[in-house]
Design a protein around this ligand. Sequence first.
Ligand code: HEC
Length: 164
Amino acid sequence: MRFTAIRNGAGRRPMLLIGALLAIAMAGSAGAAGLPQIVHARQAHFKALGRAAKSLRDQIGRSHPDWSLVASEASRIQHLASALPSWFPAGSGKGHGVKTRAGAAIWARPHEFARAAQTLLNRAQNVTRAAASHDPRALALGSRALGQSCGGCHRRFRARSSWW
Ligand code: HEC
């Protein structure tokens, strides 16, 4: 009985090792099977971000902005901005067979990328304050600054084309 147990154990060990290595490889990066879903979800989040930013812009220059709408869009943008860095697991950029405009610089300069996401978050917070104080001028300035933080990140981290 004892010998059988040892033989079985020795036979299983290489499989266990391969399993463990696979688990390690996938923990820190996008597993091949999940990549299209990851990229699709990320692009859907950005579309939601785009809709919220447009909805804010539409309130600029009105004599009576809809302040509760402004507050809820700004809060939506804050949530999206805090989650943004998690939409980019290693291996989910260009060159992995999926159409994406996520540039390699995202993973080459992660701190700079995180700062760009933080800037978006800070600017959304400023818009939240503008909404709380019902200040149309602060809303205009804040929304423009917010839009610039989108462009600032896109210039550095979004590739021109989505083709791999
Ligand atoms: C920290 C960086 C960063 C910030 C800030 C940022 N974006 Fe982006 N955005 C990206 C990257 C990278 C992509 C490409 C994602 C992909 O193709 O996988 C993208 C893609 C998009 C897309 C295209 C989504 C699609 O259909 O494929 C839209 C729309 C968009 N962003 C809007 C915005 C708006 C609006 C803001 C500001 C309110 C913003 N983004 C802020 C990095 C950023």
